[in-house]
Design a protein around this ligand. Structure first.
Ligand code: FMN
Length: 467
C-alpha cells in the first residue's frame, strides 16, 4: 500500500505509467490542456515539474485509468470491487500521531494561497483558478462526527475561497452551523495517497468516517495529525492542508467553472476564509482534469463499490453493471428469467439521484463494446413498454437540462441547497423476449473454434478480448 502521493508517483514512474512533461507550462489553461489531450491517448499520469511562476510541481490524471486505481489496490482491474468488499470486512480506525511531514511548514500569518499553490485555471471560460482535488473535512456541529467530500473550490483572493457544497455530509453540517449562526471550521487537504483520496469520493452511508474506509483499504490505520488552528484531524502524509471557516449565511458568486458534466455552472455559494496553511517542505500539487476519464472513474467506481453488492443481492440475475458518463449512464447485463426483471432494475437504479439513463441487455451483448450496445439498441428495442421515461426525477445540479425547483426546505433563494434539480430520466430494456429467443439468436463463432484461435488473437491483437 502507498503511504502517500509521492510513493505512488515513484511506483507509477517505475511502471512506465507516469509521463514527465519537462516544458515550462502555465497553470492558467496550459497544464489542464496538456492533461486533457494526454487523457485521450493511452492516458498515463502526468507530472509537470516546471510550472510557470511557481516552485511547486503539478501532477494530474492520477487515477485517469482503472488500471492505476487497480495498482493503488494492488489487484487486477476487474478485482477492484470484490477486493474493496474483502478489505472492508476489517475495521482500522485512524490513529492520531503527534507530527507528520504535512507539518514541515506551517504558515499562520500573511497567507497568500495564490502565490504558493499552482492551482489550475482549467477551461476557457472558467472565472479563475480552482482546486479540483481538495478534500474538505469538517465536523457535525451537533454531534462532532467527522465528514468529508471532494468539492470544487474557487480561489477568489489570497485567503478567500468559494466552496460548492451540494452534497451531504458537508452541506448538512453547514446548514446546522448556519442555524446556530456560527462559522463552520474546515480543513482542506490536497495531495494524499491514492486510496485515501479514492475513499473521500465513495458514496458512504451518513455517519461513516471515510478515514475508516481508507484504513480498511490500506489494511492499517491512517495516521492523522491535528490541524494548527482548527479542531480537525488531517492525514499526516498529505502535501497541503488549508485551515479556515465557512462564513455563516454568506453567499457569493462562484463560477463559471467547467464541470465534470462538460458544462459551465455558476452558483451563489458559501465563502471560506483561510487562516492557516500547512505543507511539506517540497510539496506536490495534485490537480484533476474535469470532464475527463478520471472524474468519471471516481464517480463510477465510487458509486459501484458500495452499491453493487446490495443490488446483486436484490437482483441475483445481474451479471455485470458498468457505469459511464460520470456514473449517470448505467449498462446492466442480466441473465433474464422473468419479463418483469429489466423494468424492476431500471426503476431501482433510476431512483438514485445521479443515474439518468439505464440500459438493460442480455448476456450475449459485450457491454465493453459500444458497437455491440448500439447493435442491441437498434435490433432489440421492440415496443413502447421497453422504454421507460420518468420526468421530474431528482437529478444532478451539474446537469444543464435540470430544472432547479425551489425546495420546501428552509434556505435562501440563491442557495443551491434550497433547490432541487429535476430531470427527465430514461430506462431502456433491450433484452430478448423470453418467448422469442430463437428469433433473436445472435450470430456467433463456436466455442471450439474460439478456443482454437485464441492463441493467434492473443499473439497478433493482445488487446482484444475474445467474447
Ligand atoms: C470529481 C468529483 C468532483 C466533485 N465535486 C463536487 C462539488 O463540487 N460539490 C459537491 O457538493 N460534491 C462534489 N462531488 C461529490 C462529493 O464528493 C460526494 O459527496 C462524494 O463523492 C460522495 O460522498 P458522500 O456519500 O459522502 O456524499 C464531487 C465528486 C467527484 C468524484
Amino acid at each position: 500500500m502507498f503511504k502517500n502521493l509521492r510513493d505512488f508517483l515513484s511506483y507509477l514512474e517505475n511502471a512506465g505509467d507516469l509521463q514527465k512533461i519537462e516544458e515550462e507550462l502555465s497553470p492558467r489553461h496550459e497544464i489542464q490542456a496538456v492533461m486533457k489531450y494526454m487523457d485521450k491517448g493511452d492516458g498515463p499520469a502526468v507530472l509537470f515539474p516546471n510550472v510557470k511562476g511557481y516552485q511547486i510541481p503539478v501532477v494530474g490524471n492520477l487515477l485517469g485509468r482503472r488500471r492505476r486505481l487497480a495498482m493503488a489496490f494492488g489487484v487486477e482491474e476487474d478485482q477492484i470491487v470484490d477486493e474493496y468488499y474483502r478489505r472492508r470486512q476489517q475495521v482500522y480506525q485512524p490513529k492520531l500521531v503527534a507530527d507528520g511531514p504535512v507539518k514541515e511548514v506551517i504558515i499562520k500569518s500573511d497567507i497568500d494561497i495564490t502565490k504558493v499553490i499552482p492551482a489550475l485555471t482549467h477551461h476557457a471560460k472558467d472565472i479563475g483558478p480552482y482546486f479540483s482535488t481538495a478534500v474538505t473535512i469538517a465536523k457535525d456541529p451537533e454531534t462532532g462526527v467527522r465528514g468529508m467530500g471532494l468539492h470544487r473550490v474557487q480561489i477568489k483572493d489570497r485567503n478567500t475561497l468559494g466552496l460548492f457544497l451540494a452534497t451531504p455530509p458537508l452541506s448538512v453540517f453547514l446548514k446546522k452551523a448556519e442555524e446556530l449562526n456560527r462559522p463552520l471550521d474546515i480543513a482542506m487537504v490536497i495531495g494524499m495517497d491514492p486510496l485515501t483520496f479514492f475513499s473521500s469520493v465513495i458514496w458512504a452511508p451518513p455517519g461513516l468516517d471515510k478515514f475508516d474506509i481508507a484504513g480498511a483499504l490500506a489494511q492499517k490505520p491512517i495516521e492523522l495529525v491535528k490541524c494548527s488552528t482548527v479542531d480537525i484531524e488531517v492525514p499526516a502524509q498529505a502535501e497541503f492542508v488549508l485551515e479556515g471557516r465557512v462564513l455563516p449565511n454568506v453567499r457569493d458568486t462562484e463560477g463559471p467553472f467547467g464541470e465534470s458534466s462538460g458544462y459551465y455552472f455558476t452558483y451563489q455559494n458559501p465563502v471560506v476564509k483561510i487562516q492557516a496553511m500547512m505543507h511539506r517542505k517540497d510539496p506536490i500539487y495534485h490537480a484533476l482534469c474535469l470532464f475527463s476519464q478520471e472524474d468519471s472513474i471516481l464517480m463510477d467506481v465510487g458509486w459501484a463499490v458500495d452499491n453493487l453488492r446490495p443490488l446483486r443481492e436484490k437482483f441475483p440475475n445481474i451479471k455485470r453493471i458498468e457505469f459511464k458518463e460520470m456514473g449517470q449512464l448505467g449498462v446492466v447485463q442480466i441473465d433474464k428469467k422473468a419479463e418483469s426483471e429489466p423494468k424492476e432494475i431500471i426503476e431501482h437504479l433510476l431512483s438514485s439521484i445521479f443515474i439518468k439513463q439505464v440500459m438493460v441487455v442480455d448476456c450475449d451483448v459485450n457491454i465493453d463494446d459500444q458497437n455491440e450496445l448500439n447493435w442491441a439498441l437498434i435490433s432489440r428495442l421492440r415496443s413502447p413498454q421497453n422504454l421507460i421515461i420518468k420526468p421530474d426525477m431528482m437529478g444532478s445540479a451539474i446537469d444543464p437540462s435540470a430544472v432547479m425547483e425551489e425546495s420546501t426546505a428552509k434556505g435562501k433563494l440563491s442557495d443551491i441547497n434550497s433547490h432541487i434539480a429535476k430531470v427527465t430520466k430514461i430506462g431502456i430494456d433491450v433484452t430478448k423476449p423470453l418467448n422469442e429467443l430463437e428469433k433473436y439468436e445472435k450470430v456467433d463463432i463456436s466455442a471450439e473454434v474460439k478456443a482454437n484461435i485464441a492463441p493467434i488473437i492473443n499473439k497478433y491483437c493482445p488487446n482484444v478480448k475474445i467474447f
